[in-house]
Design a protein around this ligand. Sequence first.
Ligand code: PSU
Ligand code: MN
Length: 303
Amino acid sequence: MNKYLDLSQEVSTAKALGLPIVALESTIISHGMPYPKNVETALRVEQAIRDAGAIPATIAVIGGRLKAGLSPEEIEYLGKAGQRVTKASRRDLPVLVAAGADGATTVATTMLIAHMAGIQVFATGGIGGVHRGAETTMDISADLEELAQTPVMVVCAGAKSILDLGLTLEYLETKGVPVIGYGTDELPAFYTRRSGFGVDYEIDSPEDLAAVFRAQRELDYKGGMLVTNPIPEQYAMDKAVIDAAIEQALREASEQGVKGKAVTPFLLARVVELTGGDSLEANIQLVLNNARLAARTAVQLGL
Ligand code: PSU
Ligand code: MN
């Protein structure tokens, strides 16, 4: 095992017993939702995974150590510290480790650390992708490159339309990443069930998701797989409301010259402010929904 990696007692026991494990990210805690809802949600998501028969491994960097499995106190710390914790993507990791610092891991870094820990399934809310205007800014999330090279299944609710969803799908196709719609033939757009962009494959059961992932491993591919799971109907938002908030957030980001790794957290926070509690509740419900599907799939993979 990597010398910088620490497994929690629960995760280490699960590995010894061969129990299914689901990884969770921590940028969503520190940068994706406001305190204290972020902490409350992180703990509920862990419980949803246990209830579905798997063991949760929330991933972060604490004191320079790569952690797979956090204590409730560590989750509280990351949630309360919020934006003061470094948003840790792949390029940040060596610096944080060498400095003995803390980091909230993005999808990219969570995949990387999950793979080091031998965890194959990961649940989150939304992934990063190709930003609108990327043809001039070149703002493309490291999450997409990680999907291209690290063998982890990521279960998400698609991507927010703060991104260019069409270009995001093109990029994933170029990189050879299977994009699966769970019970849908369209890419979900996070707050809404449909984006207007088709996915290549629709799969309707955790058994079949596990079979595709197993085949990918046995074909000896280096990359991962993206499962897009639409938000449950009753929590989906009105498209016009969310589109207006996203347009305004994008306008403000451009006016204020927001750049680099600050872009995504800025847009996420503005969308929550502009839509009030509604978008936050939708966000919480879709993460819970993804955690349940990821746990059921991890159970199937273990069979
Ligand atoms: N999109 C969301 N919620 C999130 C993120 C993206 O709807 O919390 C977070 C994830 O941690 C993701 C990261 O990996 O933002 C992507 O950041 P960037 O676009 O800077 O790569
Ligand atoms: Mn970016």
